[in-house]
Design a protein around this ligand. Structure first.
Ligand code: FES
Length: 96
């Protein structure tokens, strides 16, 4: 099963590909802002420290938001849109 690490020390464990990183953050009661859960509001930006290649592709809504936030192409995702779909480990940290 895909493995997720949320730094610093927030979570480390297996995560099914159906679960978004935002869902894991909320389950861990991490200090995370969120609203739309669709990639639009830009509140749940995370930085991918490793394992980018194991994440699902970026959709149009998320892509537009990343561009507005000047986060596009900088290994960042909206946590509500990011899921681990490959058989590997992904390490992330909260940006905002
Ligand atoms: S909750 Fe709005 S972009 Fe993720």
């Amino acid at each position: 099963m895909p493995r997720l690490v949320i730094q610093p020390g927030i979570f480390e464990g297996d995560v099914p590909p159906t679960k978004t990183i935002l869902q894991v953050l909320l389950e861990q009661r991490a200090p995370m802002h969120f609203s739309c859960r669709r990639g639009l509001c830009g509140q749940d930006l995370i930085r991918i420290l490793s394992g980018w290649e194991f994440l699902n592709p970026i959709g149009d809504l998320e892509d537009g938001t990343l561009e507005l936030l000047r986060a596009k192409g900088k290994k960042m995702r909206m946590a509500c849109c990011a899921r681990i779909v490959g058989e590997g480990e992904v390490t992330v940290e909260i940006v905002r």
